[in-house]
Write a protein that binds this ligand. Structure first.
Ligand SMILES: Cc1ncc(COP(=O)(O)O)c(C=O)c1O
Length: 394
């Protein structure tokens, strides 16, 4: 009765079961996985946001498949007018943007190249469009994550239609270097395939961070190959509930024009972005610096806490250039990160994500969110260090 591509396992993993049980027993949880900005962070300027959403124009439905021109102009402005509003498409979320782009670029059975370690939703997004994802890795070398160009070259097949990149990446926080943008643009141009750059965390990039002066913030303004830059309100304005994201379509003019013509029809089939958020976008995007400043304060404070709590311990904090998470490396105290994460929850009440959720290579990786309340993070990190010390001692 159902499609093969929706034959997912419905069995929850051990960590999910343990969490449910803990919550049922009303036992405390130090949640170091918080990624919902609307509950993790101090209240945003909500009355101004609401005011922007209540406008007389909302009473009239004027459908525009790409999104209202005023909203697309606001997105272009947000990207320093390095893109024309004609090359902007609004979607309800970045996830929907991926779905539209896979419909545009792929046939059933086509392949896409996805980075690893990275965001675990790609397999689902690709699978739902009957597209196969093939992974290309980054390795941690001399203090930074380096894309394995050779594996990328070797993994490519003629069935491949796009290369995905996430910059800064989730969960590593690694951002593409100029060398990466040059390589990826050339790689895609030579093979006549598209590049999809997920830049939802771009505002969190710390310029100059890392072992070398970091001076590159992604693919906006890139035209050597057909490429799409993705972002949206969920990470830029910390408002996932508003359901508004966007795609910048760039590249050789004839290719970009043809892509937009097709995307317009795909988007017209759904018309999924609500009018109030489109009308609010020009006001909302002007508020980005204020909102990002609150976020930055939280991320910086939490980075410092992780650093302080892990100093002189056997647990290491991994360097990153941006993003909302931090990777920590624990000595391989148990055979599997899953077992360790389960122990942390059952014994200490600490919830963290094991690295394998993000396909981290090898064991000993935990992903800690820096979005949640600092006091909870400090307590969680302190207990984590104590647990590791006990296990290492034992
Ligand atoms: C790299 C990355 N892209 C996209 C998203 C989802 O964005 P949206 O809420 O716009 O679908 C996430 C969510 O965590 C993410 O980590």
């Amino acid at each position: 009765m159902f499609s093969n591509r929706t034959s997912w396992s419905s069995v929850p993993n051990a960590l999910t079961v343990a969490l449910q049980q803990r919550r049922q027993k009303s036992l405390p949880v130090l949640d170091l996985t918080q990624s919902n900005p609307t509950t993790a962070l101090p209240p945003m300027p909500w009355s101004a946001i609401q005011e922007a959403m209540v406008r007389p124009e909302n009473a009239t439905y004027v459908p525009d498949s790409l999104g209202l021109l005023s909203a697309r102009q606001a997105v272009a402005w947000h990207h320093s007018n390095r893109v024309s509003p004609e090359r902007v498409l609004l979607t309800a979320s970045t996830s929907e943007a991926y779905a539209f782009l896979f419909k545009l670029l792929c046939d059933p059975g086509s392949e896409i190249l996805v980075p690893t370690p990275s965001y675990p939703l790609f397999d689902y997004l690709a699978g739902l469009e009957s597209v196969r994802s093939r992974q290309y890795p980054s390795h941690f070398v001399d203090g930074r994550w380096v894309i394995d160009y050779q594996v990328l070259i070797d993994t490519w097949t003629p069935a491949c239609r796009a290369v995905l990149i996430v910059t800064p990446n989730n969960p590593t926080g690694a951002a593409v270097s100029r060398q990466d943008t040059d390589f990826l643009s050339k790689f895609c141009a030579e093979r006549q395939i598209a590049l999809i750059s997920d830049e939802v965390f771009a505002d969190t990039i710390v310029l100059g961070a890392g072992p070398e002066c970091f001076d590159n913030i992604g693919f906006t303004g890139e035209h050597r190959c057909l490429n799409f830059v993705l972002s949206g309100l969920s990470k830029v304005m910390l408002l996932p509930q508003l359901k508004c994201a966007w795609v910048l379509c760039q590249g050789p003019p004839a290719m970009a024009r043809a892509a937009m013509e097709r995307l317009e029809i795909i988007a017209d089939t759904y018309l999924s972005v609500a009018t109030p958020v489109q009308n609010a976008l020009p006001t909302l995007l002007q508020m980005v610096p204020e909102v990002q400043a609150v976020l930055k304060q939280r991320l910086d404070a939490n980075s410092l806490i992780i650093k302080e709590e892990l100093s002189d311990s056997a647990v290491r904090m991994w360097p990153a250039q941006g993003g909302w998470s931090t990777l920590v490396r624990v000595p391989a105290v148990l055979d599997h990160d899953d077992e360790f994460a389960l122990q942390l929850l059952e014994i200490d009440g600490i919830l963290v994500q094991p690295g394998h959720y993000f396909d981290m290579p090898g064991q000993g990786w935990l992903v800690v969110s820096r979005l949640g309340p600092p006091a909870e993070l400090r307590q969680g990190m302190r207990k984590l260090v104590q647990r590791v010390q006990q296990l290492v001692g034992a």
